[in-house]
Design a protein. Sequence first.
Length: 289
Amino acid sequence: MIDTICHRLTLYAQLTRLNRPIGWLLVFWPTLWGLWLAADGKPPVHLVIIYSVGAIAMRSAGCVINDYADRNFDGHVERTKDRVLATGKVSVKEAWAVFAALVLLAFILVLFTNTLTLYLAFGGLALACSYPFMKRYTHLPQVVLGAAFAWGIPMAFASVQGEVPEQAWLIYFTVVLWTIVYDTFYAMVDRDDDLRIGIKSTAVLFGDQDRVITASLQVLVVLGLLLMGSRFELNGLYYIGVAVAAGLFVYQQRLIRYRQRGPCFSAFLNNNWVGVAVFAGIIAGLIKW
């Protein structure tokens, strides 16, 4: 009995990617950027807990709905052929139950914020649910993913300030651009398979110009980060974090130069350190001398 329960929980962890934390970390870091900037470096502890758990819950829910949408395609892609919905190890009914539980958890967490945050949460859920299906109709699903991954930023401002000021959207759109870049790297891993089965992505759309376009977007991300420093009046230490992030972007371009699966995936993973560098820069940049 215990062995069976442990086995099912292991399968659910694979379904929700809890065994691969990179996904929720890429939601977690920009949400913390917003939370720290909204609270001028002193966010309430309960909000830090809410958004930390919420990042994991909603990223996990997004993985479930993604695998549901792709369950008939994943078996034809090298990287995803062993996913538990594609192989039938987890049933569709079980997947929907896990999804409902995760969304319920996120909803309960939002109830401890305010009305505006609650309203915004419905927008975040809509984005998370729509992203997986965009791959059927547009070459820009990464834009929708970016909109979903960055949604914690306006929610964080709403929770702290009771409104979403103009400068919050500067952070939001910077993160959207950043997400497009790293998810393009991720999509480059599957590009050959996606072309064969008809899945759309920015990696397919950009084609041979993928390096030029992603590098250009990274330049825009750095400019957005620099503007954030100005708009939030951060001290000089913040710009060290931005410089580190820029250096990591250069490293990522070097990784993808031959468009090989392994290095492209490594470039994707490396973006966790971009999030860390900018967050550390924000913490240091908010220090009052």
